[in-house]
Design a binder for this molecule. Structure first.
Ligand SMILES: Cc1ncc(COP(=O)(O)O)c(C=O)c1O
Length: 390
Protein backbone atom coordinates (compact mmCIF):
# COMPACT_ATOMS: atom_id res chain seq x y z
CA UNK A 1 0.00 0.00 0.00
CA UNK A 2 1.53 3.31 -1.14
CA UNK A 3 1.94 5.94 1.58
CA UNK A 4 2.34 9.63 0.69
CA UNK A 5 5.43 11.11 2.33
CA UNK A 6 5.28 14.36 4.25
CA UNK A 7 8.03 16.30 2.51
CA UNK A 8 8.09 17.43 -1.10
CA UNK A 9 10.72 16.11 -3.51
CA UNK A 10 11.54 19.05 -5.79
CA UNK A 11 12.11 18.63 -9.50
CA UNK A 12 15.64 19.96 -9.09
CA UNK A 13 18.04 21.42 -6.55
CA UNK A 14 21.64 22.47 -7.16
CA UNK A 15 24.46 20.46 -5.62
CA UNK A 16 26.24 22.90 -3.32
CA UNK A 17 29.11 21.78 -1.11
CA UNK A 18 31.30 23.82 1.20
CA UNK A 19 33.83 23.86 -1.64
CA UNK A 20 31.55 26.00 -3.84
CA UNK A 21 30.88 28.32 -0.89
CA UNK A 22 34.62 28.68 -0.18
CA UNK A 23 35.44 29.19 -3.86
CA UNK A 24 32.90 32.00 -4.26
CA UNK A 25 33.97 33.59 -0.96
CA UNK A 26 37.56 33.48 -2.17
CA UNK A 27 36.59 35.12 -5.45
CA UNK A 28 34.70 37.85 -3.61
CA UNK A 29 37.66 38.48 -1.30
CA UNK A 30 40.09 38.56 -4.21
CA UNK A 31 38.76 41.97 -5.17
CA UNK A 32 38.39 41.00 -8.87
CA UNK A 33 34.70 40.42 -9.54
CA UNK A 34 34.46 40.92 -13.30
CA UNK A 35 35.84 38.63 -16.00
CA UNK A 36 39.35 37.87 -14.79
CA UNK A 37 41.79 35.09 -13.97
CA UNK A 38 39.15 32.61 -12.75
CA UNK A 39 37.09 32.96 -15.93
CA UNK A 40 40.20 32.51 -18.05
CA UNK A 41 41.14 29.43 -15.99
CA UNK A 42 37.60 28.01 -16.31
CA UNK A 43 37.76 28.49 -20.10
CA UNK A 44 41.07 26.62 -20.20
CA UNK A 45 39.87 23.75 -18.01
CA UNK A 46 36.54 23.39 -19.80
CA UNK A 47 38.27 23.29 -23.19
CA UNK A 48 40.53 20.51 -21.86
CA UNK A 49 37.57 18.69 -20.29
CA UNK A 50 35.65 18.41 -23.57
CA UNK A 51 38.72 18.27 -25.82
CA UNK A 52 38.15 21.46 -27.81
CA UNK A 53 40.74 24.02 -28.89
CA UNK A 54 38.84 27.07 -27.61
CA UNK A 55 36.23 27.75 -24.93
CA UNK A 56 34.60 31.16 -24.54
CA UNK A 57 32.82 31.63 -21.20
CA UNK A 58 29.57 33.56 -21.47
CA UNK A 59 26.64 34.45 -19.24
CA UNK A 60 24.26 31.83 -20.72
CA UNK A 61 23.94 29.11 -23.30
CA UNK A 62 21.54 31.46 -25.05
CA UNK A 63 24.40 33.94 -25.51
CA UNK A 64 26.66 31.16 -26.82
CA UNK A 65 24.04 30.01 -29.35
CA UNK A 66 23.57 33.59 -30.54
CA UNK A 67 27.33 34.18 -30.87
CA UNK A 68 27.82 30.95 -32.80
CA UNK A 69 25.38 32.09 -35.50
CA UNK A 70 26.70 35.66 -35.49
CA UNK A 71 30.25 34.37 -35.97
CA UNK A 72 29.09 33.12 -39.39
CA UNK A 73 27.39 36.35 -40.35
CA UNK A 74 24.01 34.59 -40.41
CA UNK A 75 21.21 37.12 -40.76
CA UNK A 76 18.17 38.29 -42.73
CA UNK A 77 17.29 36.09 -45.70
CA UNK A 78 18.98 33.04 -44.19
CA UNK A 79 17.29 29.93 -42.83
CA UNK A 80 18.48 27.90 -39.86
CA UNK A 81 17.11 24.43 -39.11
CA UNK A 82 16.45 23.31 -35.55
CA UNK A 83 14.23 21.07 -33.42
CA UNK A 84 10.75 22.12 -32.27
CA UNK A 85 11.29 20.09 -29.07
CA UNK A 86 13.58 22.54 -27.32
CA UNK A 87 13.75 25.55 -25.08
CA UNK A 88 12.74 28.91 -26.54
CA UNK A 89 16.26 30.25 -26.84
CA UNK A 90 17.44 27.65 -29.37
CA UNK A 91 14.98 29.23 -31.80
CA UNK A 92 14.89 32.81 -30.52
CA UNK A 93 18.62 33.24 -31.08
CA UNK A 94 18.00 32.37 -34.74
CA UNK A 95 15.27 35.03 -34.85
CA UNK A 96 17.58 37.56 -33.16
CA UNK A 97 20.09 37.25 -36.01
CA UNK A 98 17.30 38.16 -38.45
CA UNK A 99 17.29 34.64 -39.94
CA UNK A 100 14.20 32.42 -40.16
CA UNK A 101 13.90 29.38 -37.88
CA UNK A 102 12.92 26.25 -39.79
CA UNK A 103 11.84 23.30 -37.67
CA UNK A 104 12.50 19.65 -38.46
CA UNK A 105 10.59 16.99 -36.54
CA UNK A 106 12.16 14.63 -34.02
CA UNK A 107 12.94 10.96 -33.67
CA UNK A 108 10.44 9.88 -31.02
CA UNK A 109 12.75 7.21 -29.61
CA UNK A 110 15.20 9.82 -28.32
CA UNK A 111 13.50 13.22 -28.60
CA UNK A 112 16.37 14.48 -30.79
CA UNK A 113 16.02 16.00 -34.26
CA UNK A 114 15.63 13.46 -37.09
CA UNK A 115 18.32 13.93 -39.80
CA UNK A 116 15.88 12.78 -42.52
CA UNK A 117 13.55 15.59 -41.54
CA UNK A 118 16.46 18.05 -41.64
CA UNK A 119 17.32 16.96 -45.17
CA UNK A 120 13.77 17.59 -46.37
CA UNK A 121 13.91 21.15 -45.13
CA UNK A 122 17.21 22.21 -46.66
CA UNK A 123 16.76 24.97 -49.26
CA UNK A 124 19.05 27.37 -51.10
CA UNK A 125 18.69 29.72 -48.15
CA UNK A 126 19.69 27.25 -45.44
CA UNK A 127 22.91 28.33 -43.72
CA UNK A 128 23.08 26.35 -40.49
CA UNK A 129 21.69 23.48 -38.44
CA UNK A 130 21.23 23.74 -34.66
CA UNK A 131 20.56 20.23 -33.33
CA UNK A 132 19.76 19.78 -29.64
CA UNK A 133 21.29 16.97 -27.59
CA UNK A 134 17.90 16.60 -25.96
CA UNK A 135 18.00 15.79 -22.24
CA UNK A 136 21.62 14.63 -22.62
CA UNK A 137 21.24 12.08 -25.45
CA UNK A 138 23.54 12.93 -28.34
CA UNK A 139 21.58 13.56 -31.52
CA UNK A 140 22.52 11.50 -34.59
CA UNK A 141 25.65 13.59 -35.08
CA UNK A 142 27.22 11.37 -37.75
CA UNK A 143 24.20 11.93 -39.98
CA UNK A 144 23.86 15.63 -39.11
CA UNK A 145 27.57 16.23 -39.79
CA UNK A 146 27.31 14.43 -43.13
CA UNK A 147 24.37 16.64 -44.14
CA UNK A 148 26.21 19.79 -43.09
CA UNK A 149 29.29 18.75 -45.07
CA UNK A 150 27.28 17.83 -48.16
CA UNK A 151 25.33 21.11 -48.18
CA UNK A 152 28.02 23.46 -46.81
CA UNK A 153 26.05 24.24 -43.64
CA UNK A 154 27.36 25.54 -40.34
CA UNK A 155 26.81 23.16 -37.41
CA UNK A 156 25.98 24.83 -34.10
CA UNK A 157 25.25 22.14 -31.50
CA UNK A 158 22.89 23.06 -28.68
CA UNK A 159 24.75 21.22 -25.93
CA UNK A 160 22.82 22.85 -23.07
CA UNK A 161 22.09 19.39 -21.62
CA UNK A 162 25.26 17.69 -22.77
CA UNK A 163 27.88 18.21 -20.05
CA UNK A 164 28.93 14.55 -19.55
CA UNK A 165 27.29 13.28 -22.76
CA UNK A 166 29.60 11.11 -24.82
CA UNK A 167 29.30 10.21 -28.48
CA UNK A 168 31.44 7.36 -29.83
CA UNK A 169 33.29 7.60 -26.50
CA UNK A 170 34.12 11.30 -26.79
CA UNK A 171 32.58 14.25 -24.97
CA UNK A 172 30.17 16.45 -26.87
CA UNK A 173 32.23 19.49 -27.85
CA UNK A 174 35.30 17.36 -28.62
CA UNK A 175 36.65 18.93 -31.80
CA UNK A 176 33.25 20.14 -32.97
CA UNK A 177 32.74 20.65 -36.70
CA UNK A 178 31.46 24.18 -36.01
CA UNK A 179 30.68 25.11 -32.42
CA UNK A 180 28.88 23.68 -29.38
CA UNK A 181 27.06 25.71 -26.70
CA UNK A 182 26.74 24.47 -23.11
CA UNK A 183 24.49 25.76 -20.31
CA UNK A 184 25.46 26.14 -16.66
CA UNK A 185 21.99 27.30 -15.58
CA UNK A 186 21.10 26.41 -11.97
CA UNK A 187 19.46 23.08 -12.89
CA UNK A 188 22.23 21.81 -15.16
CA UNK A 189 24.70 18.97 -14.45
CA UNK A 190 27.40 21.64 -14.00
CA UNK A 191 25.79 24.77 -12.56
CA UNK A 192 27.00 28.32 -12.03
CA UNK A 193 23.53 29.82 -11.44
CA UNK A 194 23.55 31.41 -14.87
CA UNK A 195 26.31 30.78 -17.38
CA UNK A 196 27.35 29.10 -20.57
CA UNK A 197 30.31 28.11 -22.73
CA UNK A 198 30.89 28.22 -26.46
CA UNK A 199 33.47 25.70 -27.62
CA UNK A 200 35.07 25.45 -31.03
CA UNK A 201 38.26 24.37 -32.77
CA UNK A 202 38.00 27.24 -35.21
CA UNK A 203 40.30 30.18 -34.42
CA UNK A 204 38.11 32.59 -36.40
CA UNK A 205 34.91 31.66 -34.53
CA UNK A 206 36.70 31.91 -31.18
CA UNK A 207 38.16 35.32 -31.99
CA UNK A 208 34.90 36.77 -33.32
CA UNK A 209 32.73 35.31 -30.54
CA UNK A 210 35.17 36.60 -27.91
CA UNK A 211 35.05 40.13 -29.33
CA UNK A 212 31.24 40.09 -29.80
CA UNK A 213 30.73 38.79 -26.25
CA UNK A 214 32.34 41.94 -24.85
CA UNK A 215 30.81 44.93 -26.68
CA UNK A 216 32.81 44.28 -29.84
CA UNK A 217 35.83 45.68 -28.01
CA UNK A 218 39.33 44.81 -29.07
CA UNK A 219 40.43 44.33 -25.40
CA UNK A 220 38.34 43.25 -22.45
CA UNK A 221 38.51 44.70 -18.92
CA UNK A 222 40.94 42.06 -17.79
CA UNK A 223 43.44 43.16 -20.41
CA UNK A 224 42.79 46.88 -19.82
CA UNK A 225 42.86 47.02 -16.03
CA UNK A 226 45.59 44.47 -15.35
CA UNK A 227 49.20 45.45 -14.73
CA UNK A 228 50.65 46.83 -17.91
CA UNK A 229 47.19 47.31 -19.43
CA UNK A 230 46.29 50.29 -21.53
CA UNK A 231 43.14 52.40 -21.45
CA UNK A 232 42.99 52.36 -25.24
CA UNK A 233 40.62 50.06 -27.04
CA UNK A 234 38.73 50.02 -30.27
CA UNK A 235 35.18 48.85 -30.99
CA UNK A 236 35.54 46.71 -34.07
CA UNK A 237 31.99 45.28 -34.14
CA UNK A 238 28.57 46.08 -32.69
CA UNK A 239 28.84 43.63 -29.82
CA UNK A 240 26.95 42.43 -26.79
CA UNK A 241 27.49 42.17 -23.04
CA UNK A 242 27.62 38.38 -22.88
CA UNK A 243 30.77 37.57 -20.89
CA UNK A 244 30.96 35.39 -17.78
CA UNK A 245 32.46 36.89 -14.61
CA UNK A 246 34.76 35.49 -11.92
CA UNK A 247 32.17 34.66 -9.23
CA UNK A 248 30.42 32.37 -11.73
CA UNK A 249 33.75 30.89 -12.82
CA UNK A 250 34.62 30.12 -9.17
CA UNK A 251 31.49 27.95 -9.06
CA UNK A 252 32.22 26.45 -12.45
CA UNK A 253 35.79 25.42 -11.59
CA UNK A 254 34.62 23.73 -8.39
CA UNK A 255 31.69 21.98 -10.04
CA UNK A 256 33.96 20.76 -12.82
CA UNK A 257 36.25 19.13 -10.24
CA UNK A 258 33.26 17.51 -8.53
CA UNK A 259 31.73 16.27 -11.81
CA UNK A 260 32.68 12.56 -11.46
CA UNK A 261 31.12 12.29 -8.02
CA UNK A 262 28.02 14.31 -8.96
CA UNK A 263 27.52 12.30 -12.13
CA UNK A 264 27.84 8.98 -10.29
CA UNK A 265 25.04 10.05 -7.95
CA UNK A 266 22.78 10.84 -10.93
CA UNK A 267 23.44 7.42 -12.40
CA UNK A 268 22.39 5.68 -9.20
CA UNK A 269 19.04 7.43 -9.31
CA UNK A 270 18.68 6.55 -13.02
CA UNK A 271 19.21 2.87 -12.21
CA UNK A 272 16.41 2.96 -9.66
CA UNK A 273 14.02 4.52 -12.19
CA UNK A 274 14.95 2.23 -15.07
CA UNK A 275 14.58 -0.91 -13.01
CA UNK A 276 11.17 0.18 -11.76
CA UNK A 277 9.72 1.37 -15.08
CA UNK A 278 11.11 -1.13 -17.61
CA UNK A 279 8.44 -3.80 -16.95
CA UNK A 280 5.55 -1.29 -16.98
CA UNK A 281 3.59 -1.31 -20.25
CA UNK A 282 1.87 2.00 -19.58
CA UNK A 283 5.23 3.81 -19.65
CA UNK A 284 7.66 4.50 -22.48
CA UNK A 285 11.35 4.81 -21.62
CA UNK A 286 13.61 7.10 -23.61
CA UNK A 287 16.07 5.13 -25.73
CA UNK A 288 19.80 5.81 -25.61
CA UNK A 289 21.58 4.85 -28.86
CA UNK A 290 24.52 2.44 -28.42
CA UNK A 291 27.04 5.07 -29.48
CA UNK A 292 25.93 7.47 -26.73
CA UNK A 293 26.50 7.92 -23.02
CA UNK A 294 23.48 9.86 -21.74
CA UNK A 295 24.37 12.74 -19.40
CA UNK A 296 21.02 12.27 -17.63
CA UNK A 297 20.51 15.98 -17.34
CA UNK A 298 16.81 15.08 -17.49
CA UNK A 299 15.05 11.85 -16.71
CA UNK A 300 12.48 11.69 -19.50
CA UNK A 301 9.48 9.43 -18.98
CA UNK A 302 6.51 9.15 -21.34
CA UNK A 303 3.10 7.74 -20.64
CA UNK A 304 1.22 5.56 -23.13
CA UNK A 305 -2.15 7.35 -23.21
CA UNK A 306 -4.05 4.34 -24.56
CA UNK A 307 -3.01 2.32 -21.48
CA UNK A 308 -4.31 4.87 -18.95
CA UNK A 309 -7.59 6.61 -18.16
CA UNK A 310 -5.78 9.89 -17.37
CA UNK A 311 -3.67 12.22 -19.50
CA UNK A 312 -0.20 13.60 -18.82
CA UNK A 313 -1.47 16.76 -17.09
CA UNK A 314 -3.50 14.70 -14.63
CA UNK A 315 -0.53 12.36 -14.14
CA UNK A 316 1.62 15.38 -13.21
CA UNK A 317 -1.09 16.56 -10.79
CA UNK A 318 -1.28 13.09 -9.23
CA UNK A 319 2.50 13.15 -8.73
CA UNK A 320 2.25 16.57 -7.09
CA UNK A 321 -0.41 15.17 -4.71
CA UNK A 322 2.12 12.51 -3.81
CA UNK A 323 4.69 15.25 -3.08
CA UNK A 324 6.75 14.76 -6.23
CA UNK A 325 7.82 17.79 -8.29
CA UNK A 326 8.09 17.36 -12.06
CA UNK A 327 8.50 19.39 -15.23
CA UNK A 328 7.81 18.95 -18.95
CA UNK A 329 10.51 19.24 -21.61
CA UNK A 330 9.44 20.85 -23.72
CA UNK A 331 6.28 22.62 -24.79
CA UNK A 332 7.02 22.71 -28.56
CA UNK A 333 8.49 26.04 -29.60
CA UNK A 334 6.51 26.31 -32.85
CA UNK A 335 3.26 26.39 -30.85
CA UNK A 336 4.27 29.40 -28.76
CA UNK A 337 2.13 32.39 -29.63
CA UNK A 338 5.03 34.54 -30.87
CA UNK A 339 6.04 31.81 -33.34
CA UNK A 340 2.48 31.19 -34.50
CA UNK A 341 1.91 34.91 -35.03
CA UNK A 342 5.16 35.62 -36.88
CA UNK A 343 5.71 32.38 -38.80
CA UNK A 344 2.19 30.92 -39.05
CA UNK A 345 2.87 27.63 -37.28
CA UNK A 346 -0.15 25.60 -36.12
CA UNK A 347 -0.89 22.41 -34.18
CA UNK A 348 -0.13 19.37 -36.33
CA UNK A 349 2.90 20.93 -38.05
CA UNK A 350 5.35 18.67 -36.19
CA UNK A 351 3.24 15.77 -34.99
CA UNK A 352 6.04 13.72 -33.45
CA UNK A 353 7.31 16.57 -31.30
CA UNK A 354 3.75 17.41 -30.29
CA UNK A 355 2.93 13.81 -29.36
CA UNK A 356 6.19 13.50 -27.46
CA UNK A 357 5.55 16.74 -25.59
CA UNK A 358 1.93 15.80 -24.75
CA UNK A 359 2.99 12.53 -23.12
CA UNK A 360 6.29 13.54 -21.47
CA UNK A 361 7.07 13.98 -17.78
CA UNK A 362 10.52 14.96 -16.49
CA UNK A 363 11.03 13.30 -13.12
CA UNK A 364 13.32 14.63 -10.36
CA UNK A 365 16.92 14.08 -11.51
CA UNK A 366 19.91 15.65 -9.77
CA UNK A 367 23.00 14.55 -7.92
CA UNK A 368 21.52 15.26 -4.50
CA UNK A 369 18.53 13.02 -5.17
CA UNK A 370 19.07 10.07 -2.85
CA UNK A 371 18.46 6.50 -3.94
CA UNK A 372 15.66 6.37 -1.32
CA UNK A 373 13.97 9.45 -2.77
CA UNK A 374 14.32 8.10 -6.31
CA UNK A 375 12.74 4.85 -5.11
CA UNK A 376 9.87 6.84 -3.61
CA UNK A 377 9.34 8.74 -6.90
CA UNK A 378 9.31 5.42 -8.79
CA UNK A 379 6.77 3.98 -6.36
CA UNK A 380 4.59 7.07 -6.74
CA UNK A 381 4.65 6.72 -10.55
CA UNK A 382 3.75 3.04 -10.37
CA UNK A 383 0.99 3.73 -7.85
CA UNK A 384 -0.62 6.18 -10.30
CA UNK A 385 -0.30 3.70 -13.17
CA UNK A 386 -1.93 1.01 -11.02
CA UNK A 387 -4.78 3.30 -10.01
CA UNK A 388 -5.56 4.61 -13.51
CA UNK A 389 -4.71 1.74 -15.83
CA UNK A 390 -7.29 0.87 -18.44
C1 LIG B 1 17.91 22.89 -24.95
C2 LIG B 1 18.28 24.20 -24.32
N1 LIG B 1 18.94 25.09 -25.05
C3 LIG B 1 19.30 26.29 -24.55
C4 LIG B 1 18.99 26.63 -23.25
C5 LIG B 1 19.38 27.97 -22.73
O1 LIG B 1 20.29 27.89 -21.67
P1 LIG B 1 20.60 29.15 -20.77
O2 LIG B 1 19.54 29.26 -19.74
O3 LIG B 1 21.96 28.86 -20.17
O4 LIG B 1 20.64 30.33 -21.66
C6 LIG B 1 18.30 25.74 -22.45
C7 LIG B 1 17.95 26.08 -21.07
O5 LIG B 1 17.57 25.31 -20.26
C8 LIG B 1 17.92 24.48 -22.99
O6 LIG B 1 17.23 23.59 -22.27
Amino acid sequence: MFKVRETFIPFCIPDVSEREVDAVAGAIRSGWWAKGPLTVEFEKRFAQYVGAKHAIAVNSCTAALHLALLSQGIGPGDEVITSPLTFASTASTIVHTGATPVFADIDERTGCIDPEQIERRITKRTRAVVPVHYSGVACDLDAVRALCRAHGLFLSEDAAHAVETRYHGEPIGCHPMGAASFSFYATKNLATGEGGMLVTDDDGIAERAGVLSCHGMSRNAWKRYGKGGSFRYDVTEFGYKYNMFDLQAALGLTQLERMPQMQAARMQAVEVYERAFAPCEALVLQQTPENTVHSRHLYVLRIRPEALTIDRDRFVAELAERNVGTSVHFLPVHLMSAYRARFGFAPGDFPRAERFSDTEISLPMYSRLSVEDAAYVAEAVLDIVQKFKR
